[in-house]
Design a protein around this ligand. Structure first.
Ligand SMILES: NC(=O)C1=CN([C@@H]2O[C@H](COP(=O)(O)OP(=O)(O)OC[C@H]3O[C@@H](n4cnc5c(N)ncnc54)[C@H](OP(=O)(O)O)[C@@H]3O)[C@@H](O)[C@H]2O)[C@@H](O)CC1
Ligand SMILES: Nc1ncnc2c1ncn2[C@@H]1O[C@H](COP(=O)(O)OP(=O)(O)O)[C@@H](O)[C@H]1O
Ligand SMILES: [K+]
Length: 499
């Protein structure tokens, strides 16, 4: 399955290139699109007697006129309700002219139970909030509790951001989009407004998509499986990487152990919890295969790095916010070497609230250790306040800007986690589950990221793989999940990945 995501702008470019390259003209692509939607409506609602097709003035409406014609051809009672008329000479005008059903003004739209609604008002070209008549149509659909099939996108939702452009948007049972998904299909709340999403082939080939060169992907094994670390037959534990996790003080050691257990389960050869003297006994009481080392200060941390050569470090979970953490992070970035990676999570991010530039400069310096940041929304706002505040940016664009600025891979967490790399690549995760909204699950994620980095997986791929595996483990475990369950719940996911 193709996993590229096209922005509406890239989609328009693909459309232009495809028409120039042939064999399909604009109207033929529109007919292919309309035919895909009509086929899906008939497949899912074979007994539908009456369909209402809502048509806007642009090409989305053009698709709608094709759907109306094809449904009427097979005997469905179709009514077309139009808002605005297609521009003379446009593909949509041709589609409207070929549709045998006279369009009526949308203000008269009145669905009844048992009907089907096809929403072809606005798609990629949505440029302003929906009109009062379109909003009234949404309310009528909601009241009549009838299924809505959205053409390309539920009208009102931005394909770029996944946010409604005004206050209202359609909620579809099914969205049929074309060629590839757009960010608005995966980012919230767009994803929920789409219902089930089906991507229809309308004759724009992979070579056209390659020419457009999208750099955003839906996260899944296709994106990173070829870089997934497979243990070689002649490996030994240190060749499978060594992760160090910094523990917090007496009242907050659990977070580091969650990260450590997750790293161990995610295939790293050795894990060491780096513990202040006053928490050694607590940590020792809870660790068996995971090693423990006393680290009270920067010198002890340096000594661990030079003696034991860890390949990845986790800093932040339960550590405590403040200057000691900042100093430790900067020392790791500046002195551990480019072959070492630092996963900065939780307190590790919050500690740089007042001095983000120091972190970004250290991460961008030549020879610096690799940096992966794992902010949830609150932490993202602390490190990137201006980016977080910019309401015009999608979550995808925010993550991308943050990665470029910080010189690190950014995992912007949440129900629609976005992973972004400083090189411009990004991925949107779609296998998340609200079961992950439980204390400590983020600590587990940072351990998995570190484990994959430590085994030599490149940072963007490691971050994407970790996010997907973390969510997959939670989904498969199911209700009742707590963070402690997640490391073990990785096993069935790993079994499939490692074949
Ligand atoms: N690309 C492809 O490969 C293919 C694309 N296809 C289809 O094309 C669709 C994109 O078509 P599109 O660019 O014409 O945009 P579309 O969404 O119809 O809206 C533009 C019109 O609506 C108007 N308008 C906007 N918002 C409004 C509002 N709230 N209230 C009132 N008016 C509003 C806007 O006016 P303006 O902004 O200019 O003032 C303009 O007139 C895409 O989603 C897919 O379905 C398929 O045919 C297959 C091939
Ligand atoms: N509603 C949700 N749907 C999907 N994933 C979620 C949801 N809420 C939280 N998560 C995921 O759970 C994890 C929570 O991390 P975080 O907020 O750092 O928790 P903690 O600090 O308790 O470890 C993240 O990976 C996040 O993406
Ligand atoms: K639509």
């Amino acid at each position: 399955m193709s996993n590229e995501i096209l922005t509406p702008h890239e989609m328009a470019e693909a459309d232009r290139l495809a028409i120039a390259a042939g064999p399909f003209s604009g109207i033929q692509l529109m007919c292919n699109a309309g035919a895909a939607v009509a086929a899906e409506v008939l497949r899912r609602w074979p007994a539908a007697i009456r369909a209402h097709v809502l048509c806007g003035p642009g090409n989305n409406g053009g698709d709608g006129y094709v759907v109306a014609r094809l449904l009427a051809d097979v005997g469905v009672r179709v009514t077309v309700w139009a808002e605005g008329r297609p521009k003379a000479g446009s593909d949509a005008a041709q589609a409207a002219a070929e549709c045998p059903i006279e369009a009526q003004p949308i203000s008269g739209f009145h669905p009844e139970g048992g009907d089907i609604v096809v929403d072809a008002l606005y798609g990629a070209g949505l440029s302003k909030p929906l009109s009062p008549s379109a909003v009234a149509a949404i309310v009528k659909c909601r009241k009549a509790k009838i299924p809505v099939v959205a053409v390309d996108l539920p009208s009102g939702i931005s394909g770029e951001t996944g946010h409604p452009v005004g206050d209202e948007a359609f909620r579809a049972a099914l969205t049929v989009t074309f060629v590839r998904k757009k960010p608005g299909h995966l980012l919230l709340p767009g994803r929920e407004a789409c219902g089930e999403i089906l991507v229809a082939d309308i004759g724009i080939g992979a070579e056209i998509i390659a020419a457009v060169g999208p750099k955003c992907f839906e996260n899944g094994p296709v994106l990173w499986q070829s870089r997934y670390p497979m243990p070689a037959a002649d490996t030994h534990k240190y060749r499978r990487g060594h992760v160090g996790v910094f523990s917090g003080g007496p009242s907050s050691t659990g977070a580091a152990r969650l990260a450590a257990f997750a790293a161990a389960r995610a295939g790293v050869g050795a894990v060491t919890v780096l513990s202040p003297g006053n928490t050694l006994a607590t940590n020792a009481a809870h660790l068996t295969s995971i090693m423990l080392r006393r680290v009270d200060d920067i010198d002890a941390a340096r000594a661990f790095i030079s003696d034991r050569k860890p390949s990845a470090l986790v800093l932040g979970p339960g550590f405590g916010v403040g200057e000691p953490l900042r100093e430790l992070a900067l020392v790791v970035l500046e002195t551990a070497g480019a072959e070492v990676s630092l996963v900065l999570d939780a307190d590790g991010i919050t500690s740089f609230h007042d001095a983000p530039a120091s972190l970004f400069i250290a991460a961008g310096a030549k020879g610096a250790a690799g940096l992966v940041l794992t902010p949830h929304e609150g932490e993202f706002g602390r490190l990137f306040p201006d980016i977080a505040r910019d309401a015009a940016l999608s979550k995808l664009e925010k993550a991308r800007k943050a990665a470029a600025r910080s010189h690190g891979v950014v995992i912007y967490k949440g129900p629609d986690t976005v992973i972004a790399s400083p090189d411009g690549r990004a991925a949107i995760n779609a296998n998340g589950t609200p079961l992950l909204a439980t204390a400590g699950s983020g600590d587990v994620l940072s351990g998995i990221v570190a484990a994959l980095l430590a085994q030599g997986m490149p940072a963007f791929e490691a971050a994407c793989a970790a996010v997907w595996m973390h969510a997959e483990a939670a989904r498969r475990f199911g209700p009742g999940l707590i963070a402690e369950d997640l490391p073990l719940a990785l096993c069935p996911v790993l079994r499939e990945l490692l074949g």
